[in-house]
Design a protein around this ligand. Structure first.
Ligand SMILES: Cc1cc2nc3c(=O)[nH]c(=O)nc-3n(C[C@H](O)[C@H](O)[C@H](O)COP(=O)(O)OP(=O)(O)OC[C@H]3O[C@@H](n4cnc5c(N)ncnc54)[C@H](O)[C@@H]3O)c2cc1C
Length: 253
């Protein structure tokens, strides 16, 4: 393990203390304060941090990553999906740098946790978590919080992906749902697979609990489709909390 010397801070200098590869190809990083006198800030389940990286060309870059652990012990954890190159687009810069270069003992700069996709931890209302692809990450953070507590909230989890092999944190999520006394899981895969549903996520197939708080995360098309379906199902959008994993949130307005 390399020693940790604090980098020039954006907010909090952090040291990577664990790096876990998921079979789907995503990588989870756990970070702790590089300097115990400068602890990492606390957060609300569902929030994200911005992670600062200095790339090999010297460029400083910031990217957002949702927190996937329950708040505890001054540690923060986030999961990164490497964005692969396609015929039309280059590989993602920061996601690939993080997942191929950062290891235990490396330093990162972490900003204050932020974001509105936050669980109302004081409420006892049912919770519905709907995600697609890497949009699963804030839902994992919320499930971790619920599983670590004593509240017996009703939870409905729905996730859409292309197939189970690329479904991020699939086993982690299954274990969390199994650990909760009152939680159900519904899966949709575009490619036929086992006992999951095939095709795109359909809200009318969900048994939505009355008065649920609904949390939604994924790409723009997914969010627009699910929000429209929720509206058609009579769910007031005041109960729907959405997060888009790109800066194009004007698309939703
Ligand atoms: C609130 C929030 C939370 C998030 N949480 C997570 C999370 O938990 N996990 C996670 O993995 N991601 C998350 N993201 C996404 C993450 O912040 C990054 O956007 C993602 O990792 C891609 O960053 P990158 O530097 O690898 O890609 P970039 O280099 O920024 O590229 C992004 C896209 O643009 C394309 N592109 C780049 N340059 C060009 C060009 N010249 N011409 C055409 N196309 C180009 C790339 O091919 C790629 O598809 C979140 C985003 C937000 C806003």
């Amino acid at each position: 393990m390399r020693s940790c010397s604090p980098p020039t801070p954006i907010c909090s200098p952090a040291c990577s203390t664990a790096v876990t590869n998921d079979p789907s190809g995503v990588v989870t990083f756990v970070v702790e304060a590089a300097d115990p006198a400068d602890p990492l800030p606390d957060f609300i389940p569902g929030q994200y941090v911005s992670v600062g990286a200095t790339l090999p060309d010297g460029a400083r870059q910031l990217r957002q990553y949702s927190l996937v652990h329950a708040p505890r012990d001054g540690r923060l954890a986030f999961t990164v999906r490497p964005v692969a190159a396609t015929a039309d687009q280059p590989a993602g810069e920061v996601s690939n740098w993080l997942t191929t270069h950062v290891t235990v003992g490396d330093n990162l700069a972490i900003t204050l946790p932020f974001g509105d996709l936050t669980l109302d931890t004081a409420a006892s209302t049912p919770v519905v978590l709907i995600s697609a692809g890497i949009g699963i990450t804030p839902m994992i953070g919320i499930l971790e919080y619920l599983a670590a507590g004593t509240a017996q909230r009703q939870v409905l989890v729905a996730h859409a992906d292309r197939n189970p092999d690329i479904h991020p944190l699939r086993t982690v999520r299954r274990d969390l749902v199994d650990a909760l006394p009152n939680a159900d899981l519904e899966l949709w895969y575009e490619q036929p697979s086992g006992d999951s549903r095939t095709g795109t996520l359909t809200v009318s197939a969900l048994d939505l609990p009355a008065e649920a708080d609904i949390y939604l995360c994924g790409g723009a098309g997914f969010l627009q489709s699910v929000r429209a379906q929720l509206t058609a199902a009579g769910v007031p959008l005041t109960r729907v909390h959405s997060e888009l994993f790109s800066p194009d949130d004007w698309l939703l307005r």
